[in-house]
Structure formats: structure tokens, C-alpha cells
Design a protein around this ligand. Structure first.
Ligand code: SF4
Ligand code: SF4
Length: 191
């Protein structure tokens, strides 16, 4: 069940969308900046987590949905742990990504979106991460066939990349994917 930090509606339609996707009300944020101060990748973001939250509250859809910030988020949850207002900032980042994709906005860092898709489809098929299959799926999506090839060879020589996937639990994982899809379809038909 989705955890919510409030039940009331938020001001901007984008804040409403974030509330609907994640159960998080960004209007609780009082801009203390603790989330940004602890974020290990904020140096590379175009807008720090605290800025993105503020932009969501102001309804700055273009800025938020085209930002690199949520695509760079590593889901480490440091921000979530630090927030004195109990805003789950990591969940907000996920909600913004989902909202952008639903609106057909191209991810600002397409390689990250490709990685998510490759990883998820790999887990759906194999039941768990099969690294070699995931790498091949990623290469097919990004067309960067030779990127990190030297590192891949090194991993292969050290036995870190298996040729044959283990399919233990694959059926159970597929059932989980099906259940999630049903829940999502139900939520969207009632939205
Ligand atoms: S979850 Fe994302 S935004 Fe939060 S601290 Fe980690 S990387 Fe930064
Ligand atoms: S830590 Fe929480 S209250 Fe502080 S700026 Fe970040 S989201 Fe807002």
C-alpha cells in the first residue's frame, strides 16, 4: 500500500500529480535545504533537490519535467532520511520521472531511462538481474556497443558475468509484474 505523508490536496497541478503518484505532499517542505546538503549527486544536478521541490510547488512544469535532477537521483534516500518534514524526497524524484514519461517528455538523460528499461525487462524475463543480458539489452537501446567494453571484458575474465542466466524464481517474479500492472491499470481507470 502507498504510504502518504498527508491526505490534503496540493496547490499546483504538478504537486497534485506528485501526490497522486507517490503520496508525498511537497507543500510540507519549508526549504531548509537538508535534502540537497546530503545528496551525493547534487553537484551534477541542474537543480538541487530543494530547488526541484520548490519548482514543483510553484507549478514550473517545464523546468521540472525537463530537468536532469530526477534522472541523476541514485535513490539512496539520504534526503528522505534527513527531511525534518518527513517528505520522502526519493519518492518525489520517482514520481516526477513517472509524470514526465506519462506526458511523453523525453528523459533529459536518456541513458538512465534506457538502463531502467533494460534492467526491468531483464528481471521480468529472468526473475533476477542477469548482468550479461542486461548489458546486451542496454546496448541495443543506446547503440553504444563499444562503451565500457574493456571493463566488460575484465569482469568477464574475473567470472563476474555469467554466460547462462539462472531462472530460479522467474515465474514468481513474472506474477509480481502482472500484479503490479493490474494495480496500475486499476488506479488509472479510477483516476
Ligand atoms: S535519493 Fe536521490 S535526491 Fe535523495 S539524496 Fe539520494 S540521490 Fe539525492
Ligand atoms: S529536507 Fe525536506 S523540508 Fe528541507 S528542503 Fe528538503 S524537502 Fe524541504
Amino acid at each position: 500500500m502507498m504510504e502518504t505523508n498527508v491526505t490534503s490536496a496540493s496547490a499546483s497541478p504538478l504537486a497534485e500529480a506528485v501526490l497522486g503518484e507517490s503520496g508525498q505532499n511537497v507543500n510540507l517542505c519549508y526549504q531548509c535545504g537538508k535534502c540537497a546538503a546530503g545528496c551525493p549527486v547534487s553537484y551534477a544536478m541542474d537543480y538541487k533537490p530543494v530547488q526541484l521541490i520548490h519548482a514543483i510547488r510553484l507549478g514550473m512544469d517545464d523546468l521540472v519535467l525537463n530537468s536532469k535532477t530526477m534522472w541523476l537521483c541514485a535513490s539512496c534516500e539520504t534526503c528522505t532520511t534527513r527531511c525534518p518534514q518527513e517528505v520522502d524526497v526519493a519518492k518525489v524524484m520517482d514520481a516526477v520521472k513517472i509524470t514526465a514519461l506519462r506526458k511523453g517528455i523525453k528523459p533529459a538523460i536518456p541513458q538512465v531511462a534506457s538502463f531502467y528499461k533494460a534492467a526491468l525487462s531483464n528481471i521480468k524475463i529472468c526473475g533476477r538481474m542477469y548482468e550479461l543480458g542486461m548489458i546486451m539489452g542496454l546496448k541495443m537501446r543506446t547503440f553504444e556497443f563499444f562503451k565500457d567494453a574493456a571493463m566488460g571484458m575484465k569482469m568477464f575474465r574475473k567470472g563476474k558475468l555469467k554466460m547462462i542466466p539462472s531462472l530460479t524464481g522467474a515465474m514468481r517474479t513474472r506474477r509480481i509484474f502482472r500484479r503490479v500492472k493490474n494495480i496500475e491499470d486499476k488506479n488509472h481507470s479510477t483516476a
